[in-house]
Ligand binder design. Structure first.
Ligand code: GDP
Ligand code: MG
Length: 307
């Protein structure tokens, strides 16, 4: 009986793999595709992800805990600094670093900045070259060769997160680097982010999609309240914070058209996620320069332990 138990624990592998890289290479897209559901919001704009997002992948005999991180980049803004710090903080805490590049852009100065930020980090690194759907094979091989010469990575794996190409290979590759370990999360749990935070992110994602210029970067969304009404509909009250009155006007739109649009699209996503009807009540407020105020950034939930 004793031996049998040892044999069983032997079988289970678990651990953390953090997806890191410059903004916009496809980190959050990869997390969502591996999870086969939306956990992190994505957009074609840089700096979409503002804090660490955990996704738990339950596999037979194993559990991979993926950590999606904000893009590593240079900035003087408090919010951006805090975002980058959240990414760096994962370097030594995880079993494996999945360092992501875009095949389309190749290795650029921004990627160099990322590699410099992990100097001296002992955690094993695997290079994930994403967006291979956008380049031809010969260019990909040249890039792989160039990266191979850096002798920084255990392995290099080309994928397309969007086209779900190479994801099974990536999963088994990650498993090779995970130690034996416990089931950190119960089977029905796929993230440790609070639900209210995820709903706020889904609302913010619609704003990223529907607005332009500085607005996507200036916006924060806070879910203030969530409760079930008598008729079973879940009411969610959320506030959209902008930095200026002019931005607030655009977010509301002519006769509320923009806000309605944001609300309708976000509602559909949230209903899909919780499988219930919701009533989404959106407010728009101005909080000047919130991105330079540590206290406000924390209040908005874009926070990280050691900051
Ligand atoms: P992140 O900032 O690194 O998290 O990047 P996102 O996941 O938000 O993706 C940035 C953009 O790249 C989005 O428009 C994605 O749709 C796009 N993208 C991500 N992966 C791929 C891919 O494999 N192929 C292509 N063509 N586009 C991708
Ligand atoms: Mg992201």
């Amino acid at each position: 009986h004793f031996n049998l138990q040892i044999a069983m624990t032997d079988l289970f592998k678990s651990g953390y793999a953090s997806i890191v890289g410059r903004p916009n290479v496809g980190k959050s897209t990869l997390l969502n595709c591996l999870m086969a559901k939306k956990v992190a919001v994505t957009s074609n704009r840089p700096q979409t992800t503002r804090n660490k997002i955990t996704g738990v992948l339950h596999l037979p005999g194993a559990q991979i805990i993926l950590v999606d991180t904000p893009g590593i980049h240079k900035s003087d803004r408090t919010l951006n600094e805090m975002m980058v710090r959240a990414s760096l903080s994962t370097f030594s805490d995880v079993d494996l670093l999945l360092v992501m590049l875009s095949a389309e852009s190749g290795f650029c100065v921004e990627d160099e900045f990322v590699l410099n930020s992990m100097r001296g980090v002992k955690t094993k690194k695997v290079l994930v070259i994403n967006k291979v759907d956008l380049v031809d094979k010969s260019n990909l091989l040249i890039l792989m060769d160039e990266m191979n010469k850096k002798s920084l990575f255990e392995e290099i794996i080309p994928i397309s997160a969007l086209k779900e190409d190479g994801l099974d290979q990536l999963k088994s590759l990650i498993l090779n680097y995970l130690p034996e370990g416990p089931e950190y999360f119960p089977k029905d749990m796929d993230t440790d982010c609070p639900e209210t935070f995820l709903f706020g992110e889904l609302i913010r994602e619609k704003i990223l999609k529907l607005t332009r210029f500085e607005i996507p970067h200036s916006v924060a969304v806070v879910v203030e309240d969530m409760y079930e009404q008598n008729n079973g509909v879940v009411q969610i009250d959320a506030t959209i914070y902008a930095e200026k009155d002019s931005q607030k006007k655009i977010l509301i739109g002519e006769r509320g058209s923009m806000l309605k649009n944001i609300g309708r699209q976000a509602r559909q996503d949230i209903e899909k996620r919780i499988g219930a009807k919701i009533f989404l009540k959106l407010f728009v407020k101005v909080k000047a320069n919130w991105r330079d105020q540590k206290k406000t950034i924390k209040e908005f939930g874009y926070t990280h332990d050691s900051f």
